[in-house]
Design a protein around this ligand. Structure first.
Ligand code: SAJ
Length: 434
């Protein structure tokens, strides 16, 4: 029944959470001709989408507007409409709490929202990155409290999101999708469903296997970033250029994958997701040492950058205290506007704590709030560069004229390889590289 409706694309698809994961997913399935309803708690997002306006960089409004006009995509804050949906994907945040434990509150709330409208024949899919066992232990148990049986009355699966913000090459349609069902029938249905709009769908044997695959993907990144960050710390002590060392290793055409050191690890995934895995294993009396060590090294990097600033100012017989530092790029990585867990925020906080006067320039982030303080970017002018005792490159955003910066700055601490290695500066500025 549901399978045929999916094959006929005669289904109502609901997406809970219209953020950088949910909106691209919703739009892709609407483009495939399905009637998609986005469920959002934020009325402003619903209002903007209803007017055909997107607030996610990777989803142009020119894509959203025609789908809204054709009635293929709509957004609502009325969660009762979930009862009309045949398939529902949950794309809500899975952050860490203050004590760095999983904060499952969004998943619990979404599961409750679904439970209250659950009916026979619905397929529910969790996309949020989470610890292995969430779909089976948390969601299935909750949803079966309705008296409906998973695998016969309703269906339940996990399919990890793999959105790489601002990636020009890979989007929802052409990024292979993993699916794993809580039972065989659920897995079959999720596999058929995603295959309607995604080029390649791989079926795993269970929801937990799919949850674990996703965590391997992100732990792999966190550990390898931690490794090259430690290489940077070791090269510093050996008087070697870590960028040259990595470029050298990267000439190996097999058995090596290039990662680069940086000011730290930001974003909503890499700094957080691996700790969902280590938390789960702790409940099973196992210590995930790689995850913890990578986390330690990666969170050390902002402090290391501040140490480079302090040592470089010291060479000019200046102290951090009382110096003016201009940070270029406060987003969490190059060419995104997202600030979440941005290491630049840690750099800024430590510099201010040590008495520096800190300004920033980031065309992607014209202003932001951090704690109870509001920050507004300064223009990247000759005057601003000259006023700064030190410029810190925390993002190598496209569109910044690095020659211009080196022409007018006195001192640059480059944590993003914006300048050629061996510190040859294209201008009078002295350059210190990570
Ligand atoms: N970073 C480094 N060195 C590197 C790579 C990254 O310092 O060699 C830093 C970045 O500057 C950033 C952080 O690590 O602060 C995370 O970068 P990222 O590109 O891994 O992370 P996200 O969160 O933008 O997206 C990642 C996806 N990225 C890629 O695959 C390139 C992917 O791992 C997931 O699809 C996504 O997280 C997710 O949602 O899990």
């Amino acid at each position: 029944m549901l399978k045929q409706k999916i094959l006929d694309r005669n289904i109502r698809f609901g997406v809970i959470g219209l953020g950088y994961v949910g909106l691209p997913l919703a739009v892709e399935f609407a483009k495939a001709g399905m009637k998609v309803t986005g469920f959002e708690v934020d009325p402003r997002k619903v209002e903007s989408l209803s007017m055909g306006e997107s607030y996610i960089g990777d989803v142009p409004s020119t894509e959203v507007a025609p789908l809204v006009k054709r009635g293929l995509f709509s957004a609502t804050t009325d969660f009762d409409e979930l009862a009309q949906m045949d398939v529902v994907s949950i794309c809500v945040p899975t952050p860490l709490s203050k004590t760095r434990d999983p904060d499952m509150s969004y998943v619990v709330q979404a599961t409750e929202d679904v439970r209250r409208r659950l009916r026979k024949g619905q397929l529910i899919i969790l996309e949020s990155t989470t610890y292995p066992g969430t779909t089976d232990e948390l969601m299935k148990v909750e949803l079966e409290k309705t008296g409906l049986k998973c695998g016969t009355d309703f269906f339940l699966a996990f399919s990890p999101e793999r959105v790489d913000p601002s990636n020009p090459q890979y989007g929802v349609k052409n990024t292979p999708k993993l699916v794993g069902g809580v039972d065989e029938v659920s897995g079959d249905l999720a596999h058929v469903f995603y295959s309607q709009a995604i080029d390649r769908v791989m079926r795993l044997s269970s929801a937990a296997a799919a949850e674990m695959s996703k965590l391997l993907e992100n732990t792999f990144r966190s550990v390898n970033i931690g490794l090259v960050n430690e290489m940077a710390l070791m090269c510093d002590r050996l008087g070697l250029d870590v960028w040259e060392v990595i470029d050298g290793a990267a000439t190996k055409p097999f058995g090596f994958m290039k990662f680069v050191p940086g000011p730290g690890v930001g974003g909503h995934c890499i700094p957080l997701d691996p700790f969902y895995l280590s938390w789960k294993l702790k409940t099973l009396n196992y210590r995930a040492r790689f995850i913890e060590l990578a986390g330690e090294i990666n969170s050390e990097m902002p402090h290391y950058v501040v140490r480079l600033v302090s040592e470089a100012l010291n060479k000019d017989r200046k102290s951090v205290n009382g110096s003016r530092v201009l940070i270029l790029g406060v987003a969490y990585k190059n060419d995104v506007a997202d600030m979440r867990e941005s290491p630049a925020l840690d750099i800024l906080a430590v510099l201010e704590k040590e008495g520096a006067e800190v300004a920033y320039h980031d065309a992607y982030v014209p202003e932001f709030r951090h704690g109870d303080k509001a920050y507004k970017q300064v223009d990247l002018t000759v005057e601003e560069l000259r006023k700064a005792d030190c410029v810190v490159v925390a993002c190598k955003h496209k569109g910044v004229d690095w020659g211009f910066v080196a022409q007018h700055a006195k001192l640059i601490v480059d944590s993003r390889n914006a300048y050629p290695r061996n510190g040859k500066s294209p201008g009078p500025a002295r350059i210190v590289k990570l």
